[in-house]
Each structure stands twice: as C-alpha cells, then as structure tokens.
Design a binder for this molecule. Sequence first.
Ligand code: ATP
Length: 314
Amino acid sequence: QAQQQTKERSKSRKRSREASRARSANGRLGAQEFSFGDTLGEGSYSTVMRAQYIRTGQEYAIKILDKNHLIRKDKMLVALAEKNVLVKLGAGHPGIIHLHWTFQDEWSLFFVLDLAPNGEMQSRISRLGSLSLASSRYYAAQIVDALEYMHGKDVIHRDLKPENLLLDAQFRIKITDFGTGKILENGAERGNTFVGTAQYVAPELLENNETSKSSDLWALGCIIYQMISGRFAFQGLSEYLTWQKIKSLDYNFPDGFDEDAKDLVRRLFIRDPTQRLGAGGPDSAHSYAALRAHSFFESVSWETLWTDPAPPLE
Ligand code: ATP
C-alpha cells in the first residue's frame, strides 16, 4: 500500500510539472519557473525537492504536497496550519526556515522554502555518536535565540527534536516542520489531541493535555542532553514507559557530563512549566535573559551567533 501511495504521489508530481509547463507564462509563479533537482527527503504527506529559481539562479527546497493524499488522510488543515505559522514567522530570524512563496495547481501544493543542504541534526548525532561540547553549546544557543523570536511571535513548535533541526550551507540551524506549530491566542492550549514525539514530550501534555511555550523549553532540555550524551534523556522500552519516566522525572546524567550543562538541563526539566528557565516574563528570575545568562552559555557571543563560523562537527 505504501508503494502504491508513493507511485501515486510521484505520478501526481509528474502531472503537475507537465501541466505547469503547458500553462507557462500565465504571469503567476508556478513550477515552470523552477528547475527541479534531486529529492531531498520524503515526509508522510510530502516530497521535498531541490529546485533552482530559473530567473535568479537561487536554490530552494520545494515541499510538494499531494492534494488528494492530504484530503484522503484528512491533513489539509495541517498543511494550511504549517503555511500560516511560517507566514507569521516570516523572514525575521536566520534560525527558522523561511517560506518564500506558495503556489498550487490542480494536484499539488508547493511551498518554496530555504534550502538547508546539510541535512538533519539527528543524522549528525547518529553518525558522530554525540557532539563536542563546543558544538552542543553553539547549537543550543542558536535554538534558544530562535525560540525567543518564535515565542515572541506567540508561536509554539510542539515537536522540537533533532530531526526538525536542519543545517544550512554554513552548518547553522534552521528549525523546520511547523505542521504541528500553533499560534497561541491566550498563553496556553488545553484539550488538544496532539502528542509530539514520545522522548521529547513535556509532562504537562501527558498529565493535563496542556502545551505552552514552555513545552518547547522542555524539548530544548531533551535536545541539549542528547547532543552532549548521544542518548535520549527519557527512554523506556515502550512509548508508555517513556512517558512514565517523563512524568516521574526519571533521568540521570552519564559520567563526565559537563557540570554547567547539567545545571541548565535541570532548570529546564522542571515539572511546573511556569518555573522552567526561559518561561518567565522579562522581569522574572527565569526570563529568556536569564536563560541566555546561564553559565553554560558564558562563552557564547550572542551578537555574532549567526555570523561566527560553526565549530567543526567532528
Ligand atoms: P512528516 O511529515 O512525516 O513529519 P517531515 O516533516 O520530515 O515528515 P517534510 O517536511 O516533507 O516531512 O520533509 C521531508 C524530508 O525532507 C525531511 O526529512 C528533510 O530531511 C528534508 N527537508 C525538508 N525540508 C528541507 C529543506 N528546507 N532543505 C533541505 N531538506 C529538507
């Protein structure tokens, strides 16, 4: 069945491109304006392809979503939510994937995105076992910087994890996959049926069905732990057992784990979401300013974070 679906999706991509060529020069942006290259990856409802905008030579990643597939799986609203969140975030931050244009034809939706040619952070961690302390610090700082911007715009990601941290040509972070993103109206969300990825889910979602900006900070703690140690902070033999560990804060640090990093992770792994470092308002003791001022980030130059070269990933 999966093979059949892949075949159908590739057929519909081909139809889209042929039709776009036939309808070229209608004045609106369409697939005919791009020269498509290799496939960068496949999602559950999408294919992402490298593409060059012929007019400027600029390269992008185009996410192609098959409309029939979205309708059949009842995921049209998810695709539209992703688009709305990306539009809201705009081009305002270098650490967040930017949606340049969208267009559609009879068969597909097209999202023209920044190209992140160096793949997912998850593959780097898997390949290297773990990251150096210098890399972990650098990437943790970039995530903090991007999260502060995102949260300032009242957007929460809700599924932050190394698979959703892409690396651009300079090996800097681009946060992606806002299909689960949410524009907040009154601080926290209750009663949603969404649960992110087991190992990164915050306890308030498991206990009260509630997510807020602070749930992204819990995930940040999980990511810092994982970059440094190479393993999940919370991992049971099943999803249920992983959740049990999260709810009872059952984790420990491997030998040699940096002391400043331990302190930071402990301040993020706090059950009460309002007490997590980064979750408080500007005047509180756990504001974003306090998070940036944590001793783990002492050597970070926040002003040049997006222009300094990335530490080597080795
Ligand atoms: P799912 O929909 O199942 O959650 P996903 O979110 O990974 O999966 P996509 O957003 O379609 O699905 O991405 C598919 C793959 O394409 C990703 O795993 C990623 O490796 C690659 N990819 C996505 N966006 C980009 C990009 N802007 N630049 C480079 N590669 C990308």
